[in-house]
Design a protein around this ligand. Structure first.
Ligand code: ATP
Length: 365
């Protein structure tokens, strides 16, 4: 039998069943993950869910209570054996990274270069500084650089020794919004060029969507879902996975014959036993609004179901879209709709609401 390349090359980084307790409380709970060379995996989740602790265990600055870490198929850490952090060939970039203030940009970047001749080191430093558009600052000192420029130097410094793995903990959160997008994109393309396996910690869904090949969504120490950003967004594992990325609307119902009935029509609930309470969850951009024409409801359609009367409670302009909140006559529900551009109907106005049924998720409560 011939094996494919994929089967024979072990992942650059593999963590298996990592567990970490603090004061008797589990903060990383059976986390397993594989990252290939050249791939960016984001650990995404709310504050305190265990992202940084997971990263620190991979870096080797903190020991797991159980579980294993492998790099290129070799064990580097379990509960008895441990390769020290400096021998793991792992690069680190944190929010509060600090360049050495008394060293020039060139010396900062070459700091971690222990191997190679002087010429080879010089070549590597100038190649990286060019790549991060900082060649002009080669002899400058950190205090002469802006935050964004320092960030670029820090990236060059972390990448200089060609780490096999790069661990980044909220590395862009100290930068202002204008700078952030550009630096994120530059960083990403440099990491790809260097073929580094990246684990990036963030609590910002937008950053994860922008940077990640795969998102590992974490909650209370566990990975609740892992996949390509598109899949995590469009096929969320549970209500929390929907609401982490956007505002949500929720309709409650009870299943009967694999269907959950609502005034908007019935929603499929395959495999859910009769009598189970479910929540039908959807994003505000999938609630559609139609003007009321003399009290006549628009026709139902297979894709959007039955139109339901909604009364505008309030409408706000958010810059690139408008948010309209409706009260509907169903379990005291308030439903939110977003539309591009400016749409600000007056409170009290009646409109007909329908839901993009293919964008709804039905979850047992
Ligand atoms: P944030 O985004 O806020 O950094 P996080 O998801 O990275 O959060 P961690 O920093 O991994 O979360 O922390 C996970 C949990 O472990 C938190 O409840 C935190 O208070 C706790 N914790 C972290 N470090 C320690 C420590 N050294 N001693 C005790 N508890 C700790």
């Amino acid at each position: 039998m011939t094996e494919t390349l994929e089967q024979t090359v072990p992942p650059r980084l593999e963590i298996r069943n990592l567990v970490r307790y603090y004061e008797g409380r589990v903060v990383v709970d059976d986390v397993s993950l594989q990252v290939q060379a050249g791939e960016v995996t984001c650990l995404l989740g709310p504050s305190g869910c265990g992202k940084s602790t997971t990263l620190r265990m991979i870096a080797g600055v903190e020991m797991q209570d159980s579980g294993e870490i492998h790099v290129d198929g070799k064990l580097i850490c379990d509960t008895v054996f441990r390769v020290p952090p400096e021998r793991r060939q792992i690069g680190l970039m944190f929010q509060d990274f600090a360049l050495f203030p008394h060293l020039s940009v060139a010396d900062n970047v070459s700091f971690g270069l222990t191997k190679g001749t002087k010429d080879e080191k010089r070549k590597r430093v100038s190649e990286l500084l060019e790549r991060v558009s900082m060649s002009h600052y080669i002899d400058s000192y950190p205090h002469e650089l802006s935050g964004g420029e320092q960030q670029r130097v820090a990236l060059a410094r972390a990448l200089a020794p060609r780490p096999r793995i790069m661990l980044m903990d909220e590395p862009f959160s100290g930068l202002d919004n204008r700078l952030r997008d550009g630096i994120r994109d530059e960083t990403l393309s440099l990491l790809k060029e260097e073929d580094t396996a990246v684990v990036l910690v963030t609590h910002e869904p937008e950053e994860a969507m922008r940077m990640a090949d795969r998102i590992a969504l974490m909650r209370r120490g566990k990975i609740v879902q892992i996949g390509a950003p598109y899949n995590v967004y469009t096929r969320p594992a549970d209500k929390g996975a929907v609401s982490f990325f956007s505002d949500i609307n929720v309709l409650r119902s009870k299943v009967n014959g694999a269907l959950a009935q609502t005034p908007f029509g019935a929603f499929l609930a395959p495999g859910v036993p009769d009598g189970t309470e479910v929540e039908i969850v959807f994003r505000p951009q999938h609630l559609k609004m139609d003007f009321d024409r003399n009290g006549q409801s628009p026709d139902p359609s297979p894709s959007t179901g039955v139109p339901v009367r909604g009364v505008v409670e309030r409408a706000r302009f958010l810059g690139h879209e408008s948010l309209v909140e409706f009260r509907v006559d169903y379990g005291d529900s308030v439903l939110k709709a977003t539309v591009p551009n400016v749409f600000l109907p007056n409170p009290g106005r009646v409109m007909w609401l329908t839901i993009r049924r293919d964008r709804c998720f039905v979850f047992p409560v």
